[in-house]
Design a protein around this ligand. Structure first.
Ligand code: ADP
Ligand code: ZN
Length: 713
């Protein structure tokens, strides 16, 4: 019998699993991090298997040391990661790295701070400032965890010291199972009751099941998530609650923490590397079994998983663009199946994939067609913009004036920042383009610049057309700046707020802006998708959608579905508390069937229309798809390699579209070519990708494989 052997995945770009012998006297476990020699360097890796050595393992190097006493990740997670690596044709090393916060990938360790509980003392308080009073008022008789209070009252640490010094509050160590008191549950509506009952059946039976919770905006989906999460916790199991990046605001965190009676770990990219590692450690050590997080939380080391919630499941932020192009929503289904757990995919506008899947076995569709309370969905009015000058119709201006005069708020939504989509010469038709990206430069009037929204390149605008010398370059298309300019002209006395990524450049600015809206210091908001989703503004009663069909013209087979989702989400921002609210949709294609579906919030007619199109054209979900993008500084290299990989795929049932220049054929000075592979059979598609991976990629080129792609650009 030989020594024990550890199979190790190194957390870098090494594609293979490496084996090492385990030195005498050391007894590591699967899931522990180790330091191991790789060529002449020391690297950090994770043990994925331990077995007895045989003849072929002779002469292996020893592990240098084991970093963790108990494993960080379970076999279940190792299985998920191995699957991810195979499915997305990505290296096992980078895939494994997804499961670790960056701080821990480098081999560091971290100790978790204590989280004491804050109590009020019996001492009578005389003079306290407003901030100190707010803190005192937020402490229930049963006490509150410091971390929870910090989340509710940002920046409270300084004020708290004064209260401690005066003996008005005290801190006590409490076991990690301590639970602060929670806000009570509201009485459920019949829709909510039915949904909770249905989902709880699968939770009680502890069997894998997927629910599509299709509930209109404001139908109270969150209460269904919370109620079912509590049921799972009662069964001693853990919960993963995922939200889109844009929705993980302090308000969301606070709301969840105030309703869940156990400690909640929060996973998102806004945390400092150390705080991320701390949240991770709490979960890995088994002290926390509720996670609220964004996409990457799908790889978190929760044990005994009972429920995964994917809120706004149609949101594209669940798909990673760079690095490994995994989709956390899709992985949630796989992970739940491996754990006999339940998945809730919630949305007002479900993705076509999820809708289609809800008809399969182990899946059900639950609908919640009513809004909570008296607030009905806003009425939608279509305004034909053909022949109208400027971004605002008379109808919209009139409604804006009425709304503001009633003391209510208006949101104008436009899907592009800047002043116009492009600058064009009326003489020769030349469009000003980015030198590095072959995309038109967006005109930013305030800075008098052309800006590339893809790479950030800026250029001072020429006074004359560089091609024909014509004096009069004209802006075409529109963006936030132009809408703002127009509002300033027509509604000069109103208080305006611009919300796009030019204006809102930090989380603090976002919080300030959202607070200003809630405090009623704003009459009209002009914003991009930054403001289009998730937020709840009680006093917002009019939404104007400007250039509704903009997304529809993108070269993307999902453009119709995406337009519907985007507009219905934006419409859902209005009238979440009040009756009699309105959405005005300005469009150049008022007769398009899509606009008809939007005007009636008719998800089913949209999805049926779209299904027919996708069936006829063979796009997902009626086929499986992958995209290979080749980039190179030299166009010829990219083109030739693309042609080469297109020619090697000769598998029955796999269709190759291309080679063709990608819609963005030049990005940051790299030329881009692509092919798209489609097949009815997933296995055949993966076989084709395996073959492509075998072709040697020239040094000056890069090949990126994207399975189930979202971006076609
Ligand atoms: P959705 O996520 O479906 O758009 P939310 O979960 O945000 O809707 O709920 C909309 C609003 O209704 C929230 O302000 C929520 O607090 C409130 N709400 C939800 N359920 C109830 C209920 N049963 N009784 C009263 N208010 C509720
Ligand atoms: Zn560019």
């Amino acid at each position: 019998m030989g020594a024990l052997i550890a199979d190790v995945v190194i957390l870098t770009n090494i594609p293979k699993v490496l084996s090492y012998s385990i030195p005498e006297g050391v007894s590591p476990k699967v899931g522990c991090r180790v330091a191991a020699p790789v060529r002449k360097a020391t690297r950090i890796g994770v043990i994925i298997d331990i077995h007895e050595g045989t003849q072929i393992n002779q002469g292996l190097k020893d592990l240098i040391c084991v970093l963790d006493e108990s494993p960080f990740i379970t076999s279940e997670l190792i299985e998920l990661i191995t699957w991810t690596s195979r499915y997305y044709h990505a290296g096992i090393g980078p895939s494994m790295a997804l499961a670790f916060p960056p701080y821990l990938r480098e081999g560091r360790t971290i100790t978790i701070d204590k989280d004491p509980v804050l109590f009020r003392t019996n001492r009578i308080h005389t003079k306290t400032g407003p901030h100190q009073k707010a803190i005192l008022d937020s402490i229930p008789d049963t006490g509150i965890r410091l971390s929870v209070l910090k989340c509710r009252i940002p920046g409270m640490a300084g004020k708290m010291k004064g209260l401690l010094n005066r003996g008005l509050i005290e801190l006590k160590e409490e076991p990690s199972s301590y639970v602060s008191s929670c806000s009570p549950t509201p009485g459920y509506t019949p829709d909510q009751q039915m949904a909770v009952q249905e989902i709880n059946k699968a939770i009680k039976a502890q069997r894998f099941h997927t629910y599509l919770l299709h509930g209109i905006t404001g139908s109270g989906k969150t209460e269904v998530y919370l109620a079912t999460a509590l049921e799972v916790l009662r069964h001693g199991k853990s919960v993963l609650y995922m939200v889109p990046e844009i929705a993980l605001t302090p308000q969301t965190i606070d709301m969840v923490k105030s309703r869940i009676p156990v400690e909640v770990a929060v996973f998102h990219s806004g945390l400092s590397p150390k705080d991320r590692a701390k949240e991770f450690m709490k979960v890995a050590q088994g002290g926390v079994n509720f996670i609220l997080g964004t996409r990457s939380a799908i790889f978190s080391p929760l044990k005994e998983l009972g429920l995964i919630i994917v809120d706004e499941e149609h949101d594209h932020s669940y798909k990673q663009d760079d690095g490994i192009p995994y989709n956390a929503r899709d992985l949630s289904i796989l992970r739940a199946r491996n754990n006999q757990a339940v998945v809730i995919l919630g949305s007002a506008t479900p993705s076509m994939e999820t809708y289609q899947r809800s008809r399969l076995s182990h899946s059900s569709l639950i609908t919640m067609p009513n809004r909570i309370g008296p607030a009905a969905l806003p009425t939608i009015e279509i305004v034909d913009m053909r022949g109208v000058e400027g971004p605002l119709s008379e109808r919209l201006i009139m409604e804006m004036n009425h709304t503001v005069s009633r003391g209510e708020q208006v949101l104008l939504f436009i899907n592009r920042r800047g002043f116009s989509a492009a600058m064009v010469c009326p003489g020769c038709g030349k469009v000003l383009k980015c030198k590095r990206c072959d995309r038109s430069l967006t005109y930013h009037k305030a800075k008098s610049l052309g800006l590339c929204h893809w790479c950030g390149f800026t250029m001072k605008l020429p006074e004359i057309c560089p091609l024909c010398g014509c004096l009069d370059m004209k802006p075409i298309g529109m963006g936030t700046e132009q809408v703002i300019a127009s509002v300033e002209k027509t509604c000069a006395d109103k208080r305006l707020l611009r919300m796009d990524s030019d204006e809102i450049t930090s989380a603090t600015k976002l919080t300030t802006a959202l607070d200003a809206i809630r405090a009623g210091n704003v009459d009209i908001i002009v914003g991009t998708q930054m403001i289009g989703k998730g937020h709840d503004f009680p006093n917002l009663t009019l939404v104007g959608v400007i250039y509704t069909e903009q997304l529809l013209h993108m070269p993307d087979f999902r453009s119709l579905e995406r337009t519907f989702q985007q507009i219905v989400q934006v419409a859902g921002r209005a009238g979440r508390r009040k009756a009699d609210t309105k959405v005005i949709i300005q469009t150049l294609i008022p007769d398009h069937p899509l606009i008809h579906s939007i005007s009636r919030y008719d998800y089913l007619s949209m999805i049926e229309m779209e299904q027919e199109i996708r069936k006829a054209t063979g796009f997902p979900p009626f086929s499986h798809m992958a995209r290979c993008v080749i980039t190179s500084a030299k166009d010829k290299t990219a083109r030739e390699f693309c042609a080469q990989i297109a020619s090697v795929v000769k598998i029955q049932g796999v269709e190759v579209l291309g080679p063709a220049p990608a819609p963005i054929s030049l990005l940051r000075n790299r030329n881009r070519w692509h092919i798209i592979l489609r097949s009815k059979n997933r296995g055949s598609l993966h076989k084709a990708l395996d073959i492509i991976e075998q072709v040697r990629c020239p040094q000056e080129a890069d090949l990126k494989i994207d399975v189930d792609p979202y971006s076609m650009m």
